[in-house]
Write a protein that binds this ligand. Structure first.
Ligand SMILES: Nc1ncnc2c1ncn2[C@@H]1O[C@H](COP(=O)(O)OP(=O)(O)OP(=O)(O)O)[C@@H](O)[C@H]1O
Ligand SMILES: [Mg+2]
Length: 572
């Protein structure tokens, strides 16, 4: 991956560097191409002044004139063919470079996104990051493959044509000096408005897409609560906004298209008038007037082009700045210490944590999980159990206190190594749009036998179907930790969506799994709680009770009350 330079421009150029030789070659082709295009009207001038006019005046025989014109025509067609070939080469090669760079930026971007610390994603809507990876990268392609070369060529054309026109006739050139800046300004303003209108359309379109997708996915809830009319009302607003945005775009086009095309027509009329006079005064040849008209036509396209490209250029620069800023976000740290030998003793030493400043979610948490021991965490919703797990996995860092692994602070530990010691079942079953085997193996390769054993052990055959029940999704998440056989297990409500019977069937498998392993389990089921060597009871971010199931019942505190509510007196 390219090291990300601190300046957006040098970062952009770093992607161009491998293509520099080819790029400069193409710049050479571009200069040649511009020269060829400029020579075409000149050929017409030559044809008229050296063959047609002398033949009309009688200073050249019609036969000789025709012969000369034939030759000139052949040269003209050959040049056109050459221009065609060079244009093809140029377009293809520039786009090739652009696409190549885009693929590399996307690769680096995704590599970088995957290495970002989890809290970064809290502050960024995922949708926005997706836009970075798609739209903003595409905008950069414009910069490399279209804007830079087109602008270069246009500037060359404008300079070349201006020079030729000036050398042909000063008066006619002055006509253009008045018209061209007016056209350039008008085009620029027009393009600016059009671009804004275009962005508005895109914004409203994206809103509409998101709305339709969300409301169709939630169709069952909408229908069940009879909320479709309200949903539809909301849609009407979004739809109206989109309609108005399109309307504004069309209105702009309808006004400015004819205005812009008025300029070349006006120029032609003026040149015909002033130029005709010049021909009559014999200050200009007839061929030169025809060539002049041709050059003027060629002049207006690049001017409009430049105005348009300038606006695109501005948004491409904005896109590149956004991408660059994203690329500069510090990734999660790599490397660090590893305890040797590794036992797996985990200590929370007066740990405090808040997602937002001073709103403590965890307060003064202290406990030690000995190797081979299993600790269960219980406590009301929102009390910070999953947060504690997130801290233990190193996704988030406590503001106060320390988490230690075999005496080494977690903040100094090699995180990638540490996580490879842990088998974690998250509270929400996170599944990918893949078949269930890949969802369990998480794209790593396991032997066919290992997978077959797992299927047998957990009876996974039921999952051979489209669409999964939430309990079945949990089963897949749980299956991962069976397959990965890590030394430390963290189960966050891993079986909460399963019925007691299914869970009971899993009991034996879970017993085998926990044998000789260290475990932290968050659960509300009695069977799971009984498996724990120690139970920590949490309330509002604090550990309020700690002990075995029996000792906690004897204490007759929060845990005892909790058990009475959950399992009734009989179970207790
Ligand atoms: N990403 C986050 N940003 C800000 N606050 C958060 C975030 N995640 C959780 N919280 C808050 O932290 C508190 C603890 O949440 P946590 O998910 O750890 O609770 P929990 O004990 O696991 O609850 P449950 O039993 O419902 O799973 C809650 O008040 C929650 O709103
Ligand atoms: Mg939780």
């Amino acid at each position: 991956m390219n090291p990300v330079s601190s300046r957006p421009l040098s970062w952009l150029l770093s992607y161009l560097r491998p293509h520099l030789a080819r790029f400069f070659l193409l710049v050479g082709v571009l200069i040649g191409l511009t020269g060829l295009e400029l020579s075409l009207p000149y050929l017409i001038k030559e044809g008229i002044d050296r063959s047609v006019v002398p033949a009309l005046k009688g200073t050249l025989t019609p036969g000789a004139a025709l012969h000369q014109l034939g030759l000139l025509g052949a040269v003209y067609v050959s040049l056109l063919l050459l221009i065609f070939g060079l244009n093809y080469l140029l377009f293809y090669q520039l786009q090739w470079i652009g696409q190549h760079i885009m693929a590399r930026i996307r690769r680096d971007l995704l590599h970088h996104l995957l290495s970002l610390p989890v809290p970064f994603l809290d502050s960024q809507p995922i949708g926005r990051l997706v836009t970075r990876a798609t739209n903003d990268v595409a905008a950069l392609n414009e910069l490399y493959a279209t804007i830079a070369p087109v602008v270069f060529k246009d500037v060359l054309l404008i300079l070349g044509i201006s020079g030729i026109l000036l050398s042909m006739n000063v008066r006619l050139f002055l006509v253009l000096v008045v018209l061209v800046p007016a056209l350039a300004t008008l085009s620029y303003l027009f393009q600016k408005e059009v671009r804004q209108a275009y962005l508005d359309v895109r914004k409203h379109l994206a809103r509409l897409n998101a709305f339709v997708q969300e409301h169709l996915s939630g169709l069952e809830v909408l229908q069940a609560f009879r909320a479709e009319p309200h949903s539809f009302q909301q849609f009407q607003d979004i739809n109206r906004d989109l309609y108005q945005a399109y309307h504004r775009q069309i209105a702009l086009f309808s006004l400015f298209r004819p205005t812009i095309s008025f300029f070349p027509t006006l120029a032609t009329a003026l040149i015909l008038w002033v130029g005709g006079g010049e021909v009559l005064r014999q200050a200009l040849t007839f061929g030169a007037l025809v060539a002049f008209l041709d050059y003027v036509k060629k002049l207006f396209t690049p001017i409009q082009d430049l105005a348009e490209k300038f606006n695109i250029y501005q948004s491409a620069i904005a896109a590149s700045q956004r991408l660059h800023a994203l690329m500069r976000v510090t990734p999660e740290r790599v490397g660090g210490r590893r305890p040797e030998p590794f036992h797996g003793r985990i200590t929370f030493d007066h740990v405090w944590f808040a997602y937002e400043e001073e709103r403590w979610v965890l307060q003064d948490i202290s406990f030690t999980l000995e190797p081979g021991q299993v600790i269960a965490l219980v406590g009301p919703t929102g009390t910070g159990k999953s947060t504690l797990v997130s801290l233990l996995l190193g996704f988030r860092t406590p503001q106060r206190g320390e988490i230690l692994v075999d005496g080494i602070p977690l903040r100094e530990l090699d995180l990638s190594w540490w996580r490879s010691q842990i088998g974690w079942v998250s509270q929400e079953s996170l599944l990918f749009e893949e078949d269930w085997t890949r969802n369990i193996t998480l794209f790593s390769s396991f032997s066919e036998k290992e997978i077959q054993d797992l299927i047998h052990q957990l009876d996974l055959h039921i999952l051979d179907q489209e669409g999964l029940a939430s309990g079945e999704k949990q089963m897949l998440s749980l299956a991962r930790v069976f397959l990965f056989r890590r030394r430390i297990l963290i189960l966050d409500e891993a079986t909460s969506h399963m019925d007691s019977l299914t869970e009971a069937r899993l009991d034996r498998a879970l017993d085998t799994l926990f044998q000789g392993r260290t475990g932290l389990i968050i659960a509300h089921r009695l069977s799971t709680l009984k498996r724990a060597d120690r139970i920590l009871v949490m309330d509002r971010g604090r550990i309020v009770e700690s002990g075995t199931h029996e000792s906690l019942l004897q204490q007759n505190g929060l845990y005892a009350m909790y058990c009475r509510l959950h399992f009734g007196r009989i179970a207790v």
